[in-house]
Design a protein around this ligand. Structure first.
Ligand SMILES: Cc1ncc(COP(=O)(O)O)c(C=O)c1O
Length: 360
């Protein structure tokens, strides 16, 4: 391509590569924290019936405000919030992007505590929000004192707290979240994409929403609800925050098919959450088995497990791939992340791990 053919890309995007894990055709894919189970038949039937009934109306735009879906999501959350507190979009990524469009942007800053979900800084970049990277401690924990001090010093317009944290797995204590919410001058986004997988005793930040009008909790149907392909994420926040994101959302951003599919699936939450329990069993099994192998494995409240430390995690990643198992190299030196799958997938992963040279 000659220089004349190059599109006039923004300077800050030049030379960058798009986000995304390799989508390889491997027997056991444990690299994107998907739910390994297909929708149960009863859920699939409800979704299919609902979508079929909609087909003739596809000439019409969807409900721009997704009101019925937001009501159903508020009912699912069951924490005293109403549809005025809930907003939905194409995945929680889009919700977070809309939040940054409304509350970040040029001249504003967003802070995160790494290692954490790598999309947060990318969403900041895409919206022209300057990213301030702070760090967790050596055990990947975030202490109240550290988080508060960073927020006090840097005064970010937006703070991201990921709980349970991707890729490390642990939750952030509610006392830490509350302290940050009290200290922060701007918005605090608690990314709870994996909340349904938390171990008992871990508490959601949803309880803080009525008391902190600048605190937002984002959730998703991609993980616990096995709905990643549909793209429905949502947030719970003060109604004024919901009104603010409506200033930046695209008209009709959430298709009628996605809205209807989500509404058809939500009444089946108990059946879907039963699958979550099965996944949590595999997660706990992986944690225990990898520790038995002498590896370091942080506690996990999610559907994945971080494990290390390796001299060279890329060679372990490749060795697992050679055994037909795809895990994620999240770019954290010495560590890999594996998603909890079905019992059979876990068997294959653990047996491959057992075959690796000790301390690989
Ligand atoms: C921490 C975290 N937040 C958000 C998301 C995005 O989920 P969604 O499919 O709702 O966009 C993911 C996906 O892996 C995630 O790990």
């Amino acid at each position: 391509m000659s220089v004349f053919d190059e599109p006039p890309l923004r300077n800050d995007l030049r030379g960058r590569t798009p986000y995304g894990a390799p989508q390889l055709d491997v027997a056991v894919r444990l690299n994107t924290n998907e739910n390994p189970y297909q929708l149960p038949d009863a859920v699939g039937d409800s979704v299919a019936k609902t979508l079929h009934g909609l087909l003739r109306d596809l000439n019409r735009y969807p409900d721009r405000d997704a009101l019925a879906l937001r009501e159903d999501l508020a009912t699912y959350l069951d924490c005293g919030l109403s549809s005025a507190n809930v907003w939905a979009a194409n995945g929680s990524n889009e919700v977070q992007q809309q939040l940054l469009q409304a509350f970040g942007g040029p001249g504003r800053t967003a802070m995160g505590f790494s290692p954490s979900y790598s999309m947060h800084p990318l969403l900041a970049m895409g919206t022209g929000t300057r990213w301030l990277e702070s760090r967790r401690n050596a055990n990947f924990e975030l202490t109240r004192e550290h988080a508060m001090a960073q927020v006090r010093v840097y005064q970010p317009d937006v703070v991201f707290l990921c709980s349970p944290n991707n890729p490390t797995g642990g939750s952030i204590g509610l006392d830490v979240i509350e302290a940050v919410a009290a200290e922060a001058p701007g918005m605090v986004i608690v990314d709870e994409a994996y909340a349904e997988f938390a171990r008992s005793g871990s508490r959601s930040a949803l309880a803080l929403v009525p008391r902190y009008p600048r605190l937002v909790v984002t959730r998703t149907m991609s993980k616990a609800f096995a709905f990643a392909g549909v793209r429905v994420g949502y947030m719970a926040a003060h109604p004024a925050v919901v009104e603010a994101v409506q200033l930046v959302r695209l008209p009709y951003h959430l298709s009628s098919l996605a809205q209807a599919a989500a509404r058809a699936a939500l009444p089946h939450a108990p059946a879907l959450l039963a699958q979550v329990e099965a996944i949590k069993d595999q997660r706990d099994r992986i944690v225990a088995a990898l520790r038995e192998l002498g590896l370091i494995v942080p506690d996990s409240d999610a559907n994945f497990v971080l494990f290390g430390q390796f001299k060279d995690q890329t060679s372990v990643w490749q060795a697992l791939l050679d055994h037909g198992v795809l895990v994620r190299d999240v770019g954290l030196s010495g560590w890999l992340r594996v998603t909890a799958g079905t019992p059979e997938e876990t068997d294959t992963f653990l047996s491959a791990m057992g075959d690796l040279p000790h301390g690989a």
